[in-house]
Design a binder for this molecule. Sequence first.
Ligand SMILES: [Zn+2]
Length: 65
Amino acid sequence: MRKPYWTRRTHLFRADEYICSACGRVSAKPWKTCPECGSIMKKVKVEASWVDEMEAVSAIVDDDW
Ligand SMILES: [Zn+2]
């Protein structure tokens, strides 16, 4: 059985969100227990898809030295 955890979703222009892995509740803070289903949270996973996109752009290197 998998332990419940928060998935942290970061945004460029608004506050971070935390999503319960057990019930899918979106919360503004990583509570110790989920206010929806009561799961005891062990950890927070970070999900930052927009960071990958930014790094892909800055990885373009001018190699014409
Ligand atoms: Zn929950």
